[in-house]
Ligand binder design. Sequence first.
Ligand code: B1M
Length: 213
Amino acid sequence: MAETIFLDIKEALRKGDRVSVAELVKKAMDSGIEIRKIMDEALILGMEEIGSKFKKNEIFIPEVLISAKAMHYGMAVLEPHFVRCGIKPIGKVVIGTVKGDLHDIGKNIVSMMMKGVCFEVEDQGIDVSPAKFVDAVRKSGADILAMSSLLTTSMPSMRETIKALKSANLRDKVKVIVGGAPVTQDFADSIEADAFARDAASAVDKAKELLKR
Ligand code: B1M
């Protein structure tokens, strides 16, 4: 049952059929399939398959964009079911995709899962400059700054943001987590981030750990 719906979701994603993606995700939920499974094995895997086609030049930016939009529709169905919190958040997170980078699917998943464990999340969106991150951290008094990068060319902006936090005397007030496909632990260490997370679930674990330090 799950396998069939997951294949259908992936096919609808590939076609960029956002209405079907949303309907099928709802159908999967209604049939009792675990939300995390729908996310990991249908939506994320589906997007990865689109990524490999993109890499092999079998599909191009317009198709990828349409699929990305359909992915958002699927995630929007899941999101309310991730979040079941009381009034008091466990901590505050400022999140965004760094300057020069427009990829937001992974960042949105991290954001959704952070909300799911009751962090208050301020999402700064995409193409976020170091100055904008600093401003958001200052104004929100965030415990954690979470930066996402999907491009090797935008990774240096993470370093710039950490430098900007230092210049603004905020570096010791906020913990920094970095992630995204090209980001590594070595890179995180080299820019003096507090943590690196390979995927959204580890980002949540690292964020909880950092709160205790
Ligand atoms: Co682009 N793109 N893209 N793209 N795109 C990649 C990233 C690429 C790997 C494709 C490829 O060539 N194989 C490549 C980057 C190469 C590199 O630098 N290493 C690439 C390129 C080159 C580009 C352009 C330059 C293409 C061009 O114009 N010639 C251009 C750049 C635009 C820009 O940003 N300035 C571009 C544009 C686009 C679209 C706009 C068409 C679209 C983005 C739409 C959107 O996001 N709204 C797009 C997409 C969709 C992709 C691929 C196909 C899929 C990315 C994705 O959403 N994956 C991608 C190929 C691929 O990844 N295989 C590709 C699914 C998502 C769930 O995974 O984002 O990795 P991901 O998130 C994961 C983890 O990385 C992690 O958790 C998530 C899941 O658990 N994670 C974090 C992410 N952020 C985290 C933060 C954390 C912790 C974990 O802590 C804070």
